[in-house]
Design a protein around this ligand. Structure first.
Ligand SMILES: [Zn+2]
Length: 451
């Protein structure tokens, strides 16, 4: 519970895909649950009286504005120490050479706490109010991440990584066997749920987390599918990320990742599928039918994917899509950076990249995304992907918000007073840095104040 308050100022959000709402002097009243109880626009008849009666009112200064909090649908929490490094090898070598040895260190829970506290604070400073985290194979370290998110006030979905295949996973870093993997996953779910007793809408949710098909035996996949059905937990995993991963599933199952995950019951309870660059039209139809979602990770895809997500197609077909930083396959903790990269990649896909090819044949015309679509992916699209009332300002939605403040000494934004409009919105989306985000709220609780 938080004390009820009200906040009044300019705001930008994209409640539906591609549609910007720029509102001047909007009044938002937040209840004790941290949800928005009432939104009153400046041109509504009740505005003056509600503003006068507003309790604990925060008034934004000219030039300041509110954005909905960002949603990061795919983060590897233990890879935080290697951010911005180790991007020189293909995925299958990167895992063995850099990443599994790093993740193995999280057997030391004290080390995990140190890394995770820094990660969560940094993501909040970048405006990430909700994050979907892969932990490691270790139960204690994964539960510690949940505790740290609750301490810092960040909404999160968190999973102990399940990986038991002896051929694919090193002896020093895997579940001992299928039974151990299932028991540890069930224990992690129970312990994370026990951190918030009696809470109808827990801030931190457990997620079932098969690393990806190559690292899991068939028995483990089947067991995790059953556990998802039993517990109703979200599932998170990787899907059709690279040529290597696609070839693995074709050789082992004679099917795509999406079809295999569906076969094992892993798409039934709000699955978040990282990357999905190689999904076919049939795969996308399955993802849509199961109400599952794609976590698009454009920065990471440049280095590891060998291809670009057919984002335009997925969006136009109505598939849920959010953005993921994919730390540390992606080298930025900022979802805004990833929204920019999503725009950039879509532009390159649309225009083509080979100057030796004639312009008329060079790209895939009509596949680029707009600024408002990129922002939607970073906010309301992520909320829809997770099935949570977040990423927009609306009555009943959680008050997860970012205060953009161009008035700080360190700001690079070039905005003065005036009505909110599309140009100012575009300037923020393309140019804002964490230094411009001076306050952050999650569920009505102010979790960062840099003012
Ligand atoms: Zn990943």
């Amino acid at each position: 519970m938080v004390a009820a308050f009200a906040i009044c100022g300019d705001l930008y959000h994209t409640p539906t895909r591609g549609c910007l709402e720029a509102l001047a002097d909007c009044l938002i009243e937040v209840g004790e649950t941290g949800r928005i109880e009432r939104m009153t626009r400046a041109d509504e008849p009740a505005y003056a009286s509600r503003l006068e009666r507003a309790d604990r009112l925060i008034r934004l200064q000219p030039g300041q504005c509110l954005l909905p909090g960002f949603v990061d649908c795919h983060v590897h929490a233990p890879q935080w120490p290697q951010l911005g490094t180790a991007l020189d090898r293909p995925l299958e070598q990167w895992l063995d050479h850099y990443t599994f040895p790093l993740e193995a260190k999280f057997a030391d829970t004290a080390y995990a706490r140190e890394v995770y506290a820094d990660l969560v604070a940094t993501l909040l400073a970048h405006g990430t109010t909700t994050a979907v985290y892969f932990g490691t194979v270790h139960v204690d370290a994964t539960v510690a991440l949940a505790e740290i998110c609750l301490e810092h006030g960040q909404r999160a979905l968190i999973g102990k990584v399940a990986m038991d295949d002896r051929e694919q996973c090193p002896d020093f870093y895997r579940d001992a066997d299928v039974d151990a993997a299932l028991a540890a996953t069930a224990e992690t779910i129970a312990r994370i749920r026990a951190l918030q007793p009696g809470e109808d809408h827990p801030l931190v949710l457990p997620a079932i987390t098969p690393r990806f098909l190559p690292s899991c035996t068939d028995d483990l996949l089947a067991g995790l599918g059953a556990l998802a059905r039993e517990t109703g937990c979200h599932v998170q995993t990787h899907c059709s990320e690279s040529d290597w991963e696609v070839a693995h599933s074709a050789g082992r199952f004679g099917a795509t990742d999406t079809a295999v995950l569906d076969r094992f019951g892993l798409l039934a309870t709000r699955a978040v599928l990282a990357h999905s660059n190689f999904v076919t039209a049939d795969d996308r139809a399955i993802i849509k039918a199961r109400n599952a979602a794609i976590a698009h990770c454009p920065l990471s895809n440049v280095y590891f994917a060998n291809a670009v997500l057919p984002l335009r197609e997925a969006l136009d077909e109505g598939v849920h899509v959010g953005l993921g930083s994919d730390i540390a396959g992606g080298s930025s903790p900022s979802i805004l950076d990833n929204a920019r990269m999503a725009m950039t990649i879509s532009r390159l896909r649309a225009s083509g990249m080979d100057a030796a090819v004639p312009a008329s044949k060079r790209g895939a015309a009509g596949t680029s995304i707009s600024v408002a679509e990129a922002f939607w992916l970073a906010t309301a699209g992520g909320g829809e992907a997770l099935g949570l009332p977040i990423g927009l300002f609306a009555e009943g939605a959680e008050f997860d918000a970012i205060l953009v403040d161009p008035g700080t000494a360190s700001s690079d934004l070039r905005m003065t007073g005036g009505e909110p409009n599309h140009d100012r919105f575009e300037h923020i989306v393309r140019c804002a840095r964490s230094a411009d985000l001076s306050a952050v709220w999650v569920r009505g609780r102010q979790v960062r104040n840099a003012r």
